[in-house]
Design a protein around this ligand. Structure first.
Ligand code: RB5
Length: 144
């Protein structure tokens, strides 16, 4: 299960990505918003809690730029949120950073590019290389 959430700035792209994932047969849970003006930290927290609770394997957050969502999500211990605007970054976010949340900008990305970024992110695994495991452990230490 993939969880997805947005504020009003990311609502249109969120709806487009839900259609894209559903068409591909990927189970997706929409955690809001419904297009009304909302505060993005509320939705970042809601989605990240779902990921940390194991209700979703990974999460996708969308706001106008993706910046607010990524800042808020990375405040939550255990979340490694990556703001991506290209497929290479999405691939590295998984391989090197084991990012469990992808952040996207609804006002900065076209829907086709965003869909490819999502496909790359969901289709890429963590490298499991010792040096990447060590660096992620170091990030966890920063949370203490
Ligand atoms: C909302 O207008 C906008 O500030 C929000 O979607 C996001 O871009 C913040 O980072």
């Amino acid at each position: 299960m993939i969880a997805i959430a947005s504020d009003h700035g990311g609502y249109a792209l969120k709806q487009s990505l839900i259609r894209h994932l559903t068409d591909r047969g990927v189970p997706v849970e929409d955690l809001g918003c419904g297009g009304e003006p909302v505060d993005y930290p509320d939705y970042a927290e809601k989605l990240c809690r779902a990921v940390l609770a194991g209700k979703a394997e990974r999460g996708i957050l969308v706001c106008g730029t993706g910046i607010g969502m990524s800042i808020a999500a990375n405040k939550i211990h255990g979340i490694r949120a990556a703001l991506c605007a290209d497929c290479y970054s999405a691939e590295m976010a998984r391989q090197h950073n084991d990012a469990n949340v992808l952040c996207l900008g609804g006002r900065t990305l076209g829907s086709e590019l965003a869909a490819r970024i999502v496909d790359t992110y969901l289709g890429t695994g963590f490298s499991n290389a010792e040096h990447h495991i060590r660096r992620i452990a170091m990030i966890k230490d920063l949370e203490k």
